[in-house]
Design a binder for this molecule. Structure first.
Ligand SMILES: [Zn+2]
Length: 352
């Protein structure tokens, strides 16, 4: 299903590119700004089973994107400057903001050097449990479980699954199946429990993953001292906020902010909602983020920034730089806004 969706999306992007329609659509749908969303930036890995590949781009693709944005004369700005321009309705120049979720160490090792080549600022949203070395990156844990075994037998949220994971196709199907079952559970604590038992059964060291992949507090301190870097919040546990009680969602936002501020000794006024889609962040979360003092908050809803977003700075859409579409010809389509306009049924602003 995921494969089918990818194929349809790719065909759509290719059609937009080859028809040249994105040139015609750009003035209408490009909006005033783009917030790019990235996760990992690292050299391509050679293992065939990479179900989380959409979450990583190579340093070369990041460089290609920056060159494209610069060539169009678009300013690359900090999250603070984005907020200033939104609040002041200053749309005299087009601008872009590069944002990175989860606080991966490769952001420092591979993204920052490339951003530096273009003197381009970046915003990295850190989940405080990940920095603590005790976070649950369950999607990575699941990848490792499926990679490690030829067969999975488990009960996920009461659903019994028996999956053949001997072949690459089997592994991909099993990952999708279990991923969907986990995303369907009532709460992140259920996901954590199910994942822990899978890891235990198939010999995956789940606890090691966050310190292996994410910047520690000490590393974040020196990373944050770089003038190009802004650190934002991404909750404490990397939880689906919409599934929490209002009090718990509020605590996840304000306490994660306080923990980063205390450790880094600098203000934290920007937030990214974990998962960030409609099922994880809606009007209640947008209001809570504003009440918690965040100047901006970003979702994973696809879209460009329009002047109307000035009234909704805690409900900003983004353009994903997706590891599955790392080709130069995707870039003009993505920055034209044509692709996301199609996706959004030609609506410019979606904050409900
Ligand atoms: Zn995240």
């Amino acid at each position: 299903m995921k494969q089918l969706r990818n194929t349809v999306i790719r065909a759509g992007l290719e059609t937009l590119y080859f028809s040249g329609a994105h040139h015609l659509l750009r003035p209408i749908f490009a909006g005033v700004a783009t917030v790019f969303m990235l996760h990992h930036v690292r050299p391509r890995r050679t293992v065939p089973f990479q179900p989380n590949h959409h979450l990583e781009v190579t340093p070369e693709f990041l460089r290609m994107t920056l060159a494209h944005v610069r060539a169009r004369g678009i300013d690359i700005v900090t999250a603070d400057e984005m907020h200033r321009r939104l609040a002041g309705q200053d749309f005299s120049r087009r601008f872009a903001c590069f944002t990175f979720d989860d606080g991966y160490r490769d952001n420092r090792d591979f993204a920052l050097p490339v951003m530096r080549e273009y003197d381009a600022p970046l915003t990295v949203y850190a989940a405080s449990d990940f920095a603590e070395g005790m976070g649950r990156l369950w999607w990575v844990a699941l990848e490792r479980v499926v990679a490690a075994t030829d067969r999975i037998e488990a009960a996920i949220g009461g659903t019994a699954v028996q999956l053949d994971t001997a072949t690459l196709e089997g592994k991909q199907a099993a990952f999708t199946r279990i991923h969907n079952l986990l995303r369907g559970l009532a709460d992140d604590r259920d996901v954590a429990r199910e994942m822990s038992s899978l890891c235990k059964r198939y010999g995956v060291d789940e606890a090691a993953i966050s310190s292996e992949l994410c910047l520690s507090w000490d590393e974040l301190k020196s990373f944050a001292a770089d003038p190009l870097v802004t650190i934002g919040a991404h909750t404490i546990r990397h939880c689906n906020l919409a599934k929490q009680s209002e009090a718990e969602a509020q605590r996840e936002m304000s306490e994660s902010r306080a923990r980063i501020e205390n450790t880094l000794q600098r203000p934290v006024v920007h937030l990214a909602y974990p998962y960030g889609d409609r099922s994880a962040a809606g009007p209640r979360e947008f209001a809570l983020a504003a009440a918690a003092g965040f100047k901006t908050a970003v979702t994973t809803r696809p879209g460009m920034i329009f002047p109307e977003h000035a009234a909704h700075p805690t409900a900003l859409p983004r353009i994903s730089l997706n590891g599955n579409y790392q080709t130069a010809r995707m870039l003009p389509v993505l920055t034209s806004g044509a692709a996301t306009a199609m996706w959004n049924g030609l609506r410019r602003v979606d904050v409900n």
